[in-house]
Ligand binder design. Structure first.
Ligand code: DC
Length: 204
């Protein structure tokens, strides 16, 4: 039986941390769907047209996720993500993952609205742009990428606007999503709220 936890929200709000914790706690598989768009973005930066890149994506493109987590690739991902044919090419894989037996957690922007509207649990994890930029800055610095707060904040705002304003599958909280604003929440509090939402829907 499938059981899907859909986690949407803007960059650096805590989706990944919460998604990984839920997957581990309940034994579900986890897919960070941003990596798919990042892999397409990286291929585009290497000169491939984005639609062909999305249609030709292979598991090797995702083999080293950390290499995809750069600011340049994030920007490219956000640009290819506005193209409807790119999104269409990535749809079946995500839907199949969502309904795999044993349960699945997917995090992204349109999981609860487009990829898996029937998800048993939907969370929309958000935080202020300032808090998210500060977190992202710290992560990038710790990973050894030189960075400054003002640039990261501008990137976060630019990406939010592009992700929220696009015509196809914009970033949006599903009507039945539980909204978690992590601006002033500790990680363990947000994770506990997510666990409670899963327990409430899961047959014991
Ligand atoms: O979550 P992330 O920062 O790795 O995502 C990178 C970009 O990919 C993001 O700016 C928008 C796009 N994206 C999307 O459009 N839909 C998703 N489900 C996941 C990511």
């Amino acid at each position: 039986m499938g059981f899907t936890v859909a986690i949407d929200g803007p960059a650096a709000a805590g989706k990944g941390t919460i998604g990984r914790a839920v997957a581990e706690r309940f034994g579900f598989a986890h897919l960070d769907t941003g990596l798919l768009y990042r892999a397409v973005g990286r291929r585009m930066l290497a000169g491939e047209p984005p639609i062909a890149a999305a249609q030709g994506l292979t598991p090797e493109d995702l083999a080293e996720p950390d290499a995809l987590r750069t600011a340049v690739i994030a920007e490219a991902a956000s640009k290819v993500a506005v193209i409807p044919e790119v999104r269409a090419a990535l749809l079946d894989f995500q839907r199949a993952f969502a309904r795999r037996s044993g349960g699945a957690v997917l995090d992204g922007r349109d999981i609860g609205t487009v990829i898996c509207p029937e998800a048993e649990v939907k969370l929309f994890v958000t935080a202020s742009a300032e808090v998210r930029a500060a977190r992202r800055c710290k992560e990038l610095q710790e990973a050894g990428y030189p960075t400054d707060y003002a640039t990261v904040l501008a990137d976060v705002r630019g990406r939010d606007a592009r992700d929220a304003d696009r015509a196809t599958a914009p970033m949006l909280a599903a009507e039945d999503a539980l909204v978690l604003d992590t601006s002033e929440m500790r990680v363990d509090e947000a994770v506990a709220a997510a666990f409670a939402a899963v327990r409430a829907k899961r047959p014991a």
